[in-house]
Design a protein around this ligand. Structure first.
Ligand SMILES: NC(=O)c1ccc[n+]([C@@H]2O[C@H](COP(=O)([O-])OP(=O)(O)OC[C@H]3O[C@@H](n4cnc5c(N)ncnc54)[C@H](OP(=O)(O)O)[C@@H]3O)[C@@H](O)[C@H]2O)c1
Length: 232
């Protein structure tokens, strides 16, 4: 994996980084010193979004370009686009993501009713992406269960855990380590078959948001050691 020469951090490229969740993730990681590249279907929109984020947060480590160039330049490529618009993006990125880690953050939800889970044809969205990119790309699921409000909060630590699963242990560990850099407790929750549990959990959390009139309900694992929190 390439590392940024100054920070020794992997470069994080966020495809669809102009959107709500992509911007929130970019803000969180860039504030922690991670070099971030925002991708867009329109390179100028990506550059504008990066300039706006740098200006808003007084940063210099966010840049923006087309989705494909962002994927080429990044070490870890995070897909932050709606599931229903993903296929043309996957086709555009297939060559660029070979030998890289790809993070899927999309959830398996019923588009008609997002408080209801809907299992896709190939078991999970993450499994579909893994199959499409092939075995030279290591795809993990992560960030499905954390809200943009939490990511954008000023808190040094976030009180929502991130669950990371996928077919490659080293890829899972690298994503867990990246999260730790940004004050996010992430946990390796195992193999690719578990991705459907992470993806459908979002429907429960959205139901909680609706029922209890909150934004950003999240989950916390109990009885596990915590690397980044003060409260153990
Ligand atoms: N929002 C949340 O609370 C949340 C929480 C956890 C996970 N997620 C997941 O994060 C991902 C992004 O969510 P979001 O709320 O940030 O979405 P969004 O704002 O609707 O879209 C993100 C970006 O994707 C591109 N895009 C939009 N529609 C597209 C389409 N039909 N085809 C291709 N690209 C399209 C746009 O970028 P350009 O126009 O610049 O290309 C847009 O700025 C989704 O998979 C979502 O399930 C969201």
């Amino acid at each position: 994996m390439l590392n940024h020469p100054i920070t020794q951090s992997p470069i994080l490229s966020i495809i669809g980084g102009t959107g709500k969740q992509g911007t929130a993730l970019a803000a969180r990681f860039a504030k922690a010193g991670v070099p971030v590249i925002l991708g867009s279907r329109d390179a100028q929109r990506g550059a504008d979004a990066a300039n706006a984020l740098n200006a808003r947060l007084n940063l210099q480590n966010v840049s923006g370009t087309s989705n494909r160039d962002a994927a080429k330049q990044g070490d870890i490529v995070l897909l932050s686009v709606p599931y229903n618009g993903m296929q043309p993006i996957l086709e555009d990125l297939k060559e660029a993501v070979q030998e890289k880690i790809v993070i899927n953050i999309a959830s398996s939800l019923d588009p008609e009713k997002k408080t209801r889970a809907k299992i896709p044809a190939k078991a999970s969205i993450t499994a579909e992406i893994q199959e499409f990119f092939g075995e030279r790309t290591r795809v993990v699921a992560a960030f499905q269960n954390i809200s943009p409000e939490k990511l954008e909060s000023e808190d040094a630590k976030i009180d929502s855990d991130v669950l990371v699963c996928g077919g490659d242990k080293d890829a899972r560990e690298k994503v867990v380590a990246l999260c730790a850099q940004a004050g996010i407790d992430a946990f390796d929750v195992g193999v690719l078959a578990n991705a459907i549990a992470v993806e459908t959990l979002t429907a429960l959390l959205i139901a909680v948001n609706v029922k209890y009139k909150v934004k950003g309900a999240g989950i916390r694992l109990t009885s596990v050691p915590r690397a980044t929190t003060k409260d153990g």
